[in-house]
Design a protein around this ligand. Structure first.
Ligand code: SUG
Length: 445
C-alpha cells in the first residue's frame, strides 16, 4: 500500500503583523513595528502550496486562528463593546493588543507534533497540539488548533487527538518544530527524533543563558508517551544551548530530516556523536545519510539569517529529493554556494527550489515553519477532510478569497480599528465553509 507524506500549510490570517513578540527570534525582534502586508503574505503561502501540489505532492491547508482574540482581551480586564476593548488595549497595553492580533498560527510546524500510524502501538496517526507556553501570543493558540486538526482529521478510526500538555514552562512544547522522523519509505516503521532545549525539572543540566529554550525534555517525553511510541523508535537529543543563544529558537532552524536523510549544522546538537550513533543504531541496517554542514562553510549566523535548515526536504513522486528553500538562501553567498554544491554530492537531495516567503521570513518563519507534515497511508489519506486538500480549484478559490478579504498593509495603529474585527470574522466565516470545517471559531459558537 502506498504511503505518502502530506504537508499541511498554515494559511496566513488576515491580521498578519509585525510586533516583535518573540524574544530569542531575531527576525521577529528586528522587524518589530514594520508595516506588514497580509494579502501578499497569504498569497506567498498559497503560491508555495500550489507549487508543491503541481510537483505531485499531497498538499493540505490548515485554517488560521480567530484574531483578534477578544475573549483573551476581556479576560485581561479590557471591557465594553469590541471597539472599546480595542481602544482601551491600544492605549493602555499596545503589546498585549498586538499579541491578541498575531497571525502566528500560520507557522503550523508549531501547531502540533504528529506521529504516523506505522510507529504507534495502536496503529493510529497521533496529534498533540503544542502548548506554546513560552510566548504569550502563541499560548492562546492550542485550543482552537486542536479543533481545526480534529475537523481536518476527523475519522476516529484512523486519527487520535490528544489535549495539549499542561500549560507550564516546565512542559514547554513547540510541536513538530522540534521533531523529525527518519524512515526508509513513509509506511515503514521509523525513528522519531525529539530535540529539546533544556530540562524542565533539572536545573543542573546545560541550558542557554541569553535566550529561552522553548522545548523541554519532559514535554518531548510526554508527547512520545501519548503517541504510544517506544524506546526503540525514539531518540531524545539536546539542542546545543550556544546556538539557541545565537537565535536558533527551534531545532528546525538548524536541522531537518526526511526519510533516510538528516541535514543539520555541525553545531546543532549538544552531543552530536552520541545522538547520531543512537539514531543509526535504532534506524537499523539500512542506508542513512547524515549531511552535516560545517561551520567553516556556513556560520550559524548565516544559517539563522538565510534559514538554510528551515527548508523542506521533499521526496518527489519519482523518488528524488528536493529542497524547498526561501529566496534568502539564494541571496546569501555562503549558503547559496553550499546548496549549489549539495545537489552534486551524491546524496538523495538533487534539486533546490527557491520560494519568496518574505512576509513570513520577516517574523522568523521559513518554508518549513509554514508546514505540518503528516505521513499517511492511502486509507488514511482518503479519510482526511477532502475540502482541506489543495487542488487547482481550491487554489483558485482561496486566492479569490484572499483578494476579496485581505488588506495589503497593516501597522500597529490599524489594530485599534474595529472594522478589522468585522472584516476578519467575515473572512474566517467564509473560510470555514470553503474548507468544510464547521464552527471551529469562538465567534461561531
Ligand atoms: O514562534 N514568530 C514565530 C515564528 C515561528 C517559526 N516556526 C518554526 N521555526 N517552526 C515564533 O517566534 C513573531 C510574531 C511577531 O513578532 O509579530 C512570531 O511569533
Amino acid at each position: 500500500m502506498k504511503h505518502i507524506e502530506a504537508n499541511f500549510d498554515g494559511l496566513v490570517g488576515p491580521t498578519h503583523n509585525y510586533a516583535g513578540l518573540s524574544f530569542g527570534n531575531v527576525a521577529s525582534q528586528n522587524n518589530a513595528n514594520a508595516h506588514s502586508n497580509p494579502k501578499s503574505a497569504a498569497l506567498q503561502g498559497l503560491a508555495k502550496m500550489k507549487a508543491l501540489h503541481d510537483m505531485g505532492m499531497t498538499q493540505g491547508v490548515l485554517a488560521p486562528q480567530q484574531r483578534p482574540d477578544l475573549d483573551t482581551l476581556r479576560r485581561l480586564g479590557f471591557a465594553g463593546t469590541d471597539a472599546q476593548v480595542l481602544d482601551k488595549a491600544y492605549r493602555e497595553a499596545p503589546a498585549i493588543l498586538s499579541a491578541a492580533y498575531s497571525a502566528s498560527s500560520m507557522w503550523t510546524a508549531n501547531a502540533a507534533t504528529v506521529s504516523p500510524s506505522a510507529d504507534s502501538a495502536d496503529g493510529k496517526v497521533h496529534f498533540t497540539p503544542a502548548n506554546l507556553v513560552n510566548k504569550f501570543h502563541r499560548s492562546i493558540e492550542p485550543e482552537v488548533t486542536g479543533r481545526i486538526l480534529q475537523a481536518t482529521f476527523a475519522d476516529a478510526a484512523h486519527f487520535a487527538h490528544h489535549r495539549h500538555l499542561p500549560e507550564h514552562d516546565q512542559f514547554g512544547d513547540e510541536g513538530a518544530a522540534n521533531h523529525t522522523r527518519l524512515c526508509q519509505q513513509y509506511g515503514d516503521a521509523g525513528v522519531q527524533l525529539f530535540v529539546y532545549g533544556r530540562y524542565g525539572f533539572d536545573a543542573s543540566q546545560p541550558a542557554p543563558k541569553r535566550y529561552p529554550a522553548r522545548q523541554t525534555r519532559e514535554a518531548s517525553e510526554a508527547v512520545a508517551r501519548l503517541h504510544r511510541l517506544n524506546e526503540a523508535n525514539t531518540v531524545f537529543i539536546q539542542q546545543n544551548p550556544e546556538v539557541i543563544d545565537q537565535g536558533v529558537f527551534h531545532n528546525d532552524v538548524i536541522a531537518v530530516g526526511n526519510q533516510n536523510v538528516l541535514f543539520y549544522h555541525q553545531q546543532a546538537f549538544l552531543d552530536t556523536e552520541q545522538a547520531l550513533a543512537e539514531t543509526r543504531r535504532k534506524f537499523g541496517d539500512h542506508p542513512l545519510h547524515f549531511i552535516e554542514v560545517p561551520t567553516a562553510e556556513v556560520a550559524v549566523q548565516d544559517a539563522v539569517k538565510s534559514y538554510l535548515f528551515n527548508t523542506q526536504i521533499l521526496t518527489l513522486p519519482g523518488g528524488e529529493m528536493a529542497i524547498i528553500a526561501p529566496t534568502e538562501c539564494q541571496e546569501n553567498p555562503a549558503v547559496h554556494a553550499y546548496l549549489e554544491k549539495l545537489v552534486t554530492l551524491g546524496t538523495p537531495i538533487t534539486q533546490v527550489h527557491y520560494f519568496d516567503v518574505k512576509q513570513s521570513m520577516q517574523n522568523g518563519g521559513g518554508p518549513a515553519c509554514l508546514r505540518l507534515r503528516v505521513a499517511l497511508s492511502a486509507q488514511e489519506k482518503a479519510a482526511v477532510n477532502p475540502n482541506t486538500l489543495m487542488s487547482d480549484a481550491k487554489y483558485a478559490e482561496l486566492t479569490a478569497w484572499v483578494e476579496k478579504h485581505y488588506r495589503d498593509r497593516l501597522s500597529a495603529e490599524d489594530l485599534r480599528d474595529p472594522q478589522l474585527v468585522v472584516e476578519s470574522h467575515q473572512a474566517l466565516d467564509e473560510l470555514t465553509h470553503l474548507l468544510g470545517l464547521g464552527s471551529v471559531y469562538p465567534f461561531q459558537r
